[in-house]
Design a protein around this ligand. Structure first.
Ligand SMILES: *Cc1c(COP(=O)(O)O)cnc(C)c1O
Length: 403
């Protein structure tokens, strides 16, 4: 047997050991400009790449990391990712991945009821989940257009484009939510997309609109996991949707690429987006062909933490956002865009001249920026349960004081 395909305990231990080293000041590996003719060997490749890969990435779990929807991931998911890579199962073929397929079905069965859905499948992200949902909407409900708010994620317009559907953008109100007064009266040929946790602001569209159109899709990529927490009521109405997208690689702390597309009537929706083929034992459901056992990492996390453990971490993130919100609201030099709804705080210095200066003084990975209705804002996202919010606030205070 070619040893490269066998378990190399020393090599894998070395890989784990390298993870705890500090490469922050290390020189990155000078990559050859051309494909090397002769390989350097796996151990040498591991050691050469460690400073670049491990030292060259933002640390999403560090104290001031509070900028993006990308969370740190729990170690159990690293172990599952390792197993997945070694087994390389393809969920397209039940014969080669019998258990992994069942695990995906079980994870979906665990989570779908929180959203009032009865099933679905995993996708590599909500971009693909949204595309799958709108594809089902076109097939099942004969929709000819997609309606979403100005705050909707660009993947909605992208999906409409791919599917040849018209796209209508509805203005947002002062909180960043869809202004329902501006919706067209006739939604009988429309897929209405409501966002739960807008990417720029965290705003939730009025979910009581679910059920008013030929098809309602809720894009809960970011805020969906709140359904597992004491904040579930914020997404009340979601259970009347026809489909729901949730990114597990956001607020369920999963490694990329992990998300769910859930349907109220899964049998019908899946039938509409399934294709059979000569070499396939079961129909191929959805957008993907070959795909891996992403579900095992999510399943392992849910087993390890339980419903409670997931809820606690999300609720803790909500608390962190609340602390930052209170700080911004009580500092007269700062203004807040709107009351945070889903763990995102959007704010800025009142004096526009300070915007760039403040931003420059804040550590990389602590804040991001967004533009809403032509105005620039600083954006913080509570995806990191290990964030030290007092430290972050002190850092912001220092930055403002230095301007
Ligand atoms: C992140 C996001 C998406 C896209 O999801 P990916 O998992 O990045 O593909 C879609 N909609 C909203 C509201 C998002 O925040």
């Amino acid at each position: 047997m070619d040893k490269e395909f066998a378990v190399n305990s020393d090599g894998l231990h070395q890989a784990v050991e390298l993870m705890s080293r500090d490469f922050s000041n290390a020189q990155g590996f000078a990559l050859p400009m051309e494909l090397p003719l002769v390989g350097m060997g796996s151990t040498a490749a591991l050691n050469s790449l460690a400073p670049s890969i491990l030292g060259g990435a933002a640390r999403l779990g560090e104290a001031t990391s509070f900028a993006h929807m990308d969370p740190p991931t729990p170690w159990i998911t690293w172990a599952m990712t390792l197993w997945n890579a070694s087994l390389n199962q393809n969920l397209l073929h039940p014969a080669t991945a019998p258990v992994a397929r069942q695990m995906e079905q079980r994870v979906v069965a665990w989570l779908a009821p929180f959203f009032g859905m009865n099933g679905g499948h995993m996708t590599p992200g909500s971009t693909v989940a949204n595309l799958t949902a709108l594809w089902s909407a076109r097939e099942c409900a004969g929709v000819t257009e997609v309606i979403a708010s100005e705050g909707a994620h660009l993947s909605i317009a992208k999906a409409a484009h791919i599917l040849g559907l018209k796209y209508l953008s509805v203005p947002i109100d002062a909180n960043g939510s869809m202004d329902s007064a501006q919706l067209p009266a006739d939604l009988s040929k429309s897929a209405l997309v409501l966002t739960a946790g807008a990417t720029s602001t965290g705003a939730i569209d009025p979910l009581d609109l679910a059920g008013r159109a030929a098809w309602t899709h809720v894009d809960a990529a970011w805020a969906g996991p709140l359904r597992l927490s004491k904040y579930a009521h914020l997404l009340a109405g979601i259970e009347s949707a026809d489909s729901v997208a949730v990114s597990a690689h956001k607020w369920l702390f999963q490694p990329k690429e992990s998300a769910l597309i859930l349907f109220r009537d899964t049998e019908k929706a899946h039938a509409a987006v399934s294709f059979g083929g000569a070499y396939l034992a079961t129909p191929n459901v959805g957008v993907l062909g070959s795909h891996g056992a992403t579900a095992t990492a999510l399943l392992a996390t849910l087993l390890a933490w339980g419903h409670e453990g997931v809820a606690q971490r999300i609720e803790h993130c909500m608390d962190l956002a609340r602390c930052l919100r209170d700080f911004v609201a009580n500092d007269e030099r700062l203004e807040i865009y709107a009351e945070p709804q889903t763990g995102m705080v959007v704010w800025r210095p009142k004096d526009d001249r300070l915007f760039d200066q403040v931003l420059q003084l804040l550590p990389v990975g602590s804040t991001s920026t967004t533009s809403i209705a032509g105005g620039r804002w600083i954006r913080n996202v509570a995806a990191n349960p290990s964030a030290d919010i007092d430290l972050l606030i002190a850092t912001i205070q220092k930055a403002i004081a230095a301007c």
